[in-house]
Ligand binder design. Structure first.
Ligand code: ADP
Ligand code: MG
Length: 323
């Protein structure tokens, strides 16, 4: 049992950023409106995720760490049709197998909660404690008992980079949730969770960048588009400032990115790039299903129509500015 958990852990928990991702996705699943992430030394020393979500029933706290205790779907379906992000029931057991975990959670308003401590998969503490409603996960000394995995970790800066990239993407895709990210006590991200995408852009890219953004919105039979793109006089030297969000999820899609750039480059020099955050909504059936759930890549069923639509809207908003 114990060994099996450690092996399985390697699949789910590749690096500190995977722990952050799993814990934050759980917090979102629990309906949290505020999620605070605090890491030390690139997450290798500690990762703490605190949320104000539904909390875990005291009766369920221990079983949440057993494998497959909570699997929500049996086989792959269209993940965009599943509102909850978690579906494997493997994250907590995997994390707990390769670290020292402390969970404090309450699903009540009376200040009573539960504390669990697990070390390398072994339960050490399971007791009542005082806790506000919500969940507070502390993961210390990741991979302390799997030296082979620990050896693969890159520098603190690299591991932190993976964590902050993930948090920035998530914040951009969920302006309705208030996120903070701290590293060794320093604030790297703070969003308000008031639904204002421009506030998140300011938090991620800085207020100057946010001030340079143009809003554009459009819809047709299939797609609703809402985006921010930087003014023609505010350009970037690379394409790293392009975020695509589809049905509330941050995605990667080469064709969609090219469509934006085609619209952009009909008016602007080909060696300049926009800062752009595009939100698209569409029926889930317009997104192809056979793409791996944990990957960011998606495909679109009617991609030519979609790309033409986006290209045209990008061109239109810039044209209005240049005229
Ligand atoms: P999954 O998310 O696939 O169900 P996990 O191992 O990630 O599996 O989590 C196990 C269960 O623990 C979840 O289904 C959920 O019921 C509970 N849980 C984990 N984290 C939280 C949280 N932050 N708030 C509320 N419940 C949580
Ligand atoms: Mg989960």
């Amino acid at each position: 049992e114990h060994i099996a958990n450690q092996i399985a852990a390697g699949e789910v928990v590749e690096r500190p950023a995977s722990v952050v991702k799993e814990l934050v996705e759980n917090a979102i699943d629990a309906g949290s409106t505020k999620i605070d992430v605090s890491v030390e030394e690139g997450g290798l020393d500690s990762i703490r995720v605190t949320d104000n979500g539904a909390g875990i029933d005291p009766e369920d706290c221990e079983t949440a760490f057993y494998r497959h205790a909570t699997s929500k779907i049996a086989e792959g379906r269209d993940l965009f049709q599943i509102t909850s992000l978690g579906f494997r029931g493997e994250a907590l057991p995997s994390i707990a197998a390769v670290s020292k975990v402390r969970l404090v959670t309450s699903n009540a308003q009376d200040g009573r909660g539960r504390k669990i401590e697990i070390e390398g998969g072994h339960l050490r503490v399971n007791e009542e404690t005082a806790a506000p409603r919500g969940t507070d996960f502390l993961v210390k000394e990741l991979f302390y008992n799997t030296p082979a995995r620990l050896k693969y970790m890159k520098t603190i800066q690299t591991e932190l980079g993976h964590i902050s990239d993930y948090m920035y993407r998530l914040a951009l895709s969920r302006p309705d949730i208030a996120f903070t990210l701290r590293h060794n006590g320093n604030s790297l991200l703070q969003t308000l969770g008031n639904g204002d995408a421009l506030q998140v852009i300011a938090a991620v890219y800085g207020t100057q960048s946010a001030k340079a953004m143009l809003l554009f919105e459009a819809e047709n039979m299939d797609y609703t588009l809402s985006g921010y793109i930087s003014r023609p006089d505010y350009t970037r030297a690379n394409r790293n400032g392009m975020s695509l969000i589809v049905n509330g999820r941050y995605i990667r899609n080469y064709g969609l990115m090219q469509a934006i750039l085609r619209g952009y480059h009909t008016l602007l020099p080909i060696n300049r790039f926009p800062l752009v955050v595009i939100q698209l909504s569409m029926h889930p059936s317009l997104i192809d299903v056979n793409v791996h759930p944990s990957k960011l890549e998606v495909r679109f069923s009617k991609e030519q129509e979609l790309f033409a639509f986006v290209e045209e809207e990008v061109r239109k908003v810039l044209q209005q500015e240049i005229l």
